[in-house]
Design a protein around this ligand. Structure first.
Ligand code: GDP
Length: 361
């Protein structure tokens, strides 16, 4: 409801911010996602992360135990972070929602030795065009000559533990990146010097290999979301679901299915949905909501577990009849309690905004 004000906002109605990871090939996008997943799992608690379809959900408590003193769970009421697993700016640019980007916030990964490369610039252009807030992860700090790794340590701690010489070399590379951001029209600085993240881009030195600086990156993502995005995260969690199709895939026993990131409301088994298709909106009904089996479970032949309902923000596979013509990047909406014609109109309006990206992987 648009009339919600802060005083009446129910903290239970805040959804998880959706995070995308972008950057030039080989700069470390996949390694960063793997590190975050791996560290979360090694925190050992049950439910430390949930593997969704096309996304990984890291709950606030897990973010907090990974980030140590940098993220005190009591200071936050957002439920955590949902990382989209498909790195790359092609997928990012086709993943739209409500006319903007599907991701609420992005991490632009830049190899600290390699600096800006063509796809770094492309990613920046897309972030600017979609108005997506982002932080820069200056990755591979462990490759600085003379570097002494301190696995999983916050940046300042490991930085202070280095020799003057190593520190100086890292600084040179970091200021090069800050200069390149400035040449592209972004005022940027090392994240701990940034007062106002709306006017300045924070640069977080990290290593996706050793985990150094990853606590800081999580803290900045949580802090930015909480500070600047809380209002957008206030949704009616039980309302009719809205999502974006990541992929259309054939699955044995289900036929064509949709991998969807749900960014609003709920989708339930049996819900009538409208999906964007090649020939226009498809009206169908959800037969099954599927998610990969938990990491800890022994693989059985059933690859997926079935859910009764799924709440935003999350990644889920939808099985339904007549999905052969559904399109990646297209909207999905649950009809529940609304006029079908109105929902079809909404999907049509969104479809007309989508540029078909023929280069898409
Ligand atoms: P992507 O193409 O952006 O997804 O890059 P990858 O995550 O596949 O990384 C490319 C290569 O860089 C791989 O060989 C990684 O092991 C390596 N790499 C990524 N991050 C780091 C890092 O922080 N330190 C070091 N030393 N190597 C890294």
């Amino acid at each position: 409801d648009a009339n919600n004000d802060d005083a009446s906002a129910d903290p239970g109605s805040l959804r998880t911010p959706i995070v995308a990871v972008l950057g030039h090939v080989d700069h470390g996008k996949t390694s960063l996602l793997d590190k975050i997943r791996g560290s979360a799992v090694s925190e050992g608690e049950a439910g430390a992360i949930t593997q969704h379809i096309g996304a990984t959900a890291v709950p606030l408590d897990t973010v907090s135990s990974m980030a140590g003193e940098l993220v005190m769970a009591d200071d936050f009421d957002l439920p955590g972070l949902l990382f989209i697993d498909t790195p790359g700016h092609h997928s990012f640019s086709t993943l739209r929602a409500r006319g903007g980007a599907l991701a609420d916030i992005a991490v632009l990964v830049v190899d600290v030795n390699d600096g800006f490369q063509p796809q770094t610039k492309e990613a920046l252009d897309i972030l600017q065009r979609t108005g997506t807030p982002f932080v820069v992860a200056a990755n591979k700090i462990d490759t600085t000559p003379g570097w002494n790794p301190n696995p999983k340590a916050p940046v300042q701690e490991t930085y202070e533990a280095q020799t003057d010489r190593a520190r100086q070399r890292l600084d040179e590379n970091l200021y090069e990146i800050i200069g390149q951001l400035s040449d592209s029209g972004f005022s940027a600085d090392l994240y701990w010097r940034v007062q106002n993240f709306q006017n300045n881009i924070g640069v977080v030195p990290i290593s996706a290999m050793t985990g150094e600086g990853v606590p800081d990156l999580l803290a900045v993502l949580m802090g930015l979301s909480q500070r600047y995005m809380k209002e957008e995260m206030e949704i009616d969690l039980t309302g009719p679901g809205k999502g974006t199709v990541l992929e259309v895939k054939d699955e044995k026993g289900f036929g064509a299915t949709l991998d969807v990131v749900l960014y609003d409301g709920t989708v339930e088994e049996g819900d009538r949905i409208v999906v964007g298709g090649v020939e226009g909106p498809i009206v169908t009904e959800v037969r099954a909501l599927l998610r990969p089996r938990a990491l800890s479970e022994i693989r059985t032949e059933a690859e997926f577990e079935r859910l009764d309902s799924v709440q935003a923000a999350s990644g889920v596979k939808l099985a339904a009849p007549d999905l052969d013509d559904a399109m990646a990047g297209a909207p999905v909406r649950v009809v529940r309690g609304r006029h079908l014609e109105k929902v079809i109109d909404e999907v049509e309006a969104e479809l007309s905004e989508i540029e078909v990206d023929t280069e898409d992987e």
